[in-house]
Design a protein around this ligand. Structure first.
Ligand SMILES: N[C@@H](CCC(=O)N[C@@H](CS)C(=O)NCC(=O)O)C(=O)O
Length: 252
């Protein structure tokens, strides 16, 4: 199904790291999608038709409906190649794909499904108690393992592959959600990681988008559609949002 002959639509709100990932790519390429800022788990019945896993982001334009951030970035890079989001050399391109996959899956597991889910979504969406053992394990074991791995992958300075790439974006987006869950890398233990994060915040569209996400997080969902245009983001006429939360297809 393709929906819009006009501006592309991006379903999802900027609190989601995967939605910010797509918004960073759009900002770099000069694209201005209209947002349908639904809260995860709050999609309508129609949402399943565009996102069979009932996850955001979903990109809808005159050519495709795509329910996955990496597929969306590949598509945007094919259709709007300037500036490219992948490095040039085959080895670098392969490593960029791997790091993006690592960010989407493992960093998503730990920073979204353990920390952010347990500390913010679980109490506020499901009215359930945080599982403190899960949070402690993420903070003490799993998060530091991720930081160690990234510290070994990052260069002494600059972006991962010289110019900014989809791998930098996919990794960096998770850190705002970790920070909102009160978890940040210590610069004394992970100096490259922290210096690179500061560069991402300072020199790429991620910095302003993280601040947008932070404002959305502090705003009741009913007011998100009114808030986002005041922060420079367009809103779609149609919504795929529903009135009640329902468990995702993975049972979370
Ligand atoms: N691999 C997907 C992951 C997307 C994802 O996990 N989105 C979360 C929000 S941050 C979601 O929609 N969760 C609701 C659910 O799983 O039911 C991507 O890269 O787009």
């Amino acid at each position: 199904m393709t929906a819009s002959a006009g501006a592309p639509v991006l379903i999802g709100n900027p609190v989601s790291p995967y939605v910010r990932k797509v918004l960073v790519a759009c900002a770099l390429k000069g694209l201005e999608p209209e947002l349908d800022p639904i809260v995860p788990f709050m999609g309508s019945d129609d949402f399943t038709a565009v996102s069979p896993l009932r996850r955001v982001p979903v990109w809808i334009d005159d050519q495709v409906t795509l329910p996955d951030s990496s597929a969306i970035l590949e598509y945007l890079d094919d259709r709007y190649p300037d500036p490219p989001l992948k490095p040039d050399a085959p080895g670098d391109r392969a490593r960029a794909r791997w790091l993006e996959e690592y960010a989407d899956t493992r960093m998503g597991d730990v920073f979204i499904w353990r920390l952010f889910y347990q500390t913010i979504l679980r109490p506020f969406v499901w009215r359930e108690e945080t599982d403190q053992a899960v949070v402690a394990h993420a903070r003490e074991v799993e998060g530091p393992e991720i930081f160690d791995y990234l510290e070994g992958q990052l260069p002494a300075e600059g972006f991962l592959f010289g110019r900014l790439s989809s791998a930098d974006i996919a990794i960096a987006v998770h850190f705002a959600n970790a920070r909102w869950s009160r978890f940040e890398p210590d610069p004394a233990r992970w100096p490259r990681l922290v210096a690179w994060l500061e560069k991402m915040d300072r020199e790429t569209p991620l910095g302003p988008l993280n601040r947008t996400g932070s404002k959305v997080l502090k705003t009741p969902p009913a007011d998100h559609r009114a808030l986002l245009p005041t922060l420079g983001l367009g809103i779609s006429a149609r919504t795929w949002g529903g009135r009640t939360a329902r468990r995702g297809v993975f049972g979370i």
